[in-house]
Design a protein around this ligand. Structure first.
Ligand code: TRP
Ligand code: SF4
Length: 331
């Protein structure tokens, strides 16, 4: 709980690439809503990015600022929320070290995301000491701010569960409860799929970037896969299985989405026109976001001031928690 009596939230993103529509419909729209009712800490998880991208670390710095610019352009308000960079607050690593002392290896080896990532990121050498400890650092991120709620995607649930177990173990070992039991809050919005119908991801090369130029956005939308059974223009379509229609649901007014669905079922609109219209719609949806992005890109001082303010606000809370931890851990 924060000083203002609001529940505390911490969430983070790894700065491993430019952001796309999936981030906007998934995490960012959720964060934007939550910042109205909660005391929010939104973190660039650059240590976590380094764990898998250490061989390509030169790109990290650029993604850190680029992602923060997109967060703010999408409506994360630096006055309401604390926006900060994990590696600028040394207490994350201190708390991680304390947690490392009391986290059994078996918990980490059994973690489903660990095994999955070792398989999925086969091209990266991540059979490392740090990568096994990925969830321990994430637990430190969350508990350092004594967060009550952690908005995450489904894939992160095992990490929030492990965080709760680490908090309990800390209490058991040191005999005092100084951490809340954080709850995961699942991102509700249905996940927006990529151009090819798979999960939207930079590595699948099927994403529409938040900073893509309008022409590129329109071109990408034209490549989208539609109802495969709709072969001729006169065949009625099935909007409920069409990815283009899910974009209407995400980005158009509900009446427009309903109108398109009906026209599709009656073969009153062709897929080419339907996609052309979606391309226009996405471009006008993103225009104000891209406008704010351009302003921030050219106002480096403003961005630096936002990050310095976030750092100071995060630092205060982190130092307070570490004082309590150090007292209990005898260091
Ligand atoms: N592991 C998260 C992801 O890949 C990023 C992250 C790091 C995070 N620390 C966090 C998310 C703390 C929530 C809370 O998406
Ligand atoms: Fe999809 Fe639109 Fe074609 Fe219907 S008309 S199948 S919603 S692209």
């Amino acid at each position: 709980m924060s000083a203002t009596g609001k529940k505390r939230i911490l969430s983070g993103m790894r700065p491993t690439g430019k952001l796309h529509l999936g981030h906007l419909v998934g995490a960012l729209s959720n964060w934007k809503r939550l910042q109205e009712t909660h005391a929010c800490f939104f973190m660039i998880a650059d240590w976590h990015a380094l764990m898998s991208e250490y061989k390509n670390a030169a790109a990290l710095r650029e993604y850190i600022t680029d992602n923060v610019i997109d967060w703010i352009s999408c409506g994360i308000d630096p006055e309401k929320s604390v926006i900060f960079v994990q590696s600028q607050i040394p207490e994350h690593l201190e708390l991680c070290m304390v947690f490392s002392c009391l986290t059994p290896l078996g918990w980490l080896e059994r973690c489903p995301t660990y095994k999955e990532q070792l398989r999925e990121l086969a091209t990266r050498e991540i059979n490392t000491y740090a990568f096994l400890g990925y969830p321990v650092l994430q637990a430190a991120d969350i508990l350092l701010y004594r967060a009550d709620v952690v908005p995450v995607g489904e894939d992160q649930l095992p990490h929030v569960e492990l965080t709760r177990e680490i908090a309990q173990r800390f209490q058991h070992v040191f005999g005092k409860e100084i951490f809340p039991q954080p709850q995961a809050e699942l991102t509700k919005t249905s996940r927006l799929l990529g151009l090819d119908g798979r999960k939207m991801s930079k590595s699948y090369n099927n994403a529409i970037g938040l900073s893509d130029a309008p022409d590129l956005i329109k071109q990408k939308v034209m490549q989208m896969i539609t109802d495969p059974q709709r072969i001729r223009r006169t065949d009625p379509g099935r909007p409920e299985i069409c990815n283009v229609h899910s974009y209407y649901q995400a980005f158009a007014a509900p009446e427009i989405a309903a109108e398109i669905a009906q026209a599709c079922r009656q073969a009153a609109i062709g897929c080419t026109d339907c996609k052309r219209r979606m391309g226009e719609l996405l471009c006008s949806y993103l225009a104000p976001v891209q406008q704010r992005r351009a302003e921030l890109l050219h106002n480096r001082e403003k961005l630096d001031a936002i990050l310095a303010d976030g750092r100071a606000r995060a630092q205060r809370v982190a130092a307070e928690t570490m004082r309590d931890v150090r007292a209990l851990a005898g260091i």
